[in-house]
Design a protein around this ligand. Structure first.
Ligand SMILES: [Zn+2]
Length: 127
């Protein structure tokens, strides 16, 4: 390396502080089990009060702390069954209203298909 080049180091990734004389805090690993059967392992400070539930790392459902492999509370206890799209739709419109909308859309669809078919026929006839 020539004398004129500037020496530097990447920002953010390295620390100039050494780890000498630093006492690391003791940590313990705890496992959480979600209703889908995923196990998330998390490190906590050994002195921390460990929460009984945690969001699953794989599916984001509520996972329950395992102590000696046994969940501390029933898994999936506070899970609500999500409403389906159909149920949400029925909160806004009645089946009769939906039938009218469907009929309108079918008329539009058939009209578009018919005009596309006629355009294709006209193009074929003029070719
Ligand atoms: Zn999960």
């Amino acid at each position: 390396m020539s004398q004129s080049s500037m020496r530097g180091m990447r920002l953010g990734t390295q620390s100039l502080e050494s780890e000498r004389n630093v006492a690391f805090e003791a940590r313990t690993v705890h496992s959480y089990l979600c209703p889908q059967g995923h196990i998330s392992e998390l490190k906590f400070s050994a002195t921390a009060e460990v929460p009984e539930t945690w969001e699953c790392k794989s599916c984001a459902r509520t996972a329950v702390l395992l102590i000696d492999g046994v969940p501390v509370e029933p898994i999936g206890k506070d899970e609500k069954t999500p409403r389906s799209h159909w149920e949400m739709l029925l909160e806004r419109r009645t089946v009769d209203e939906l039938q009218i909308l469907l009929d309108e859309q079918l008329v539009n669809l058939r009209a578009r298909r018919e005009s596309a078919r006629l355009a294709a026929e006209a193009a074929k006839a003029s070719a």
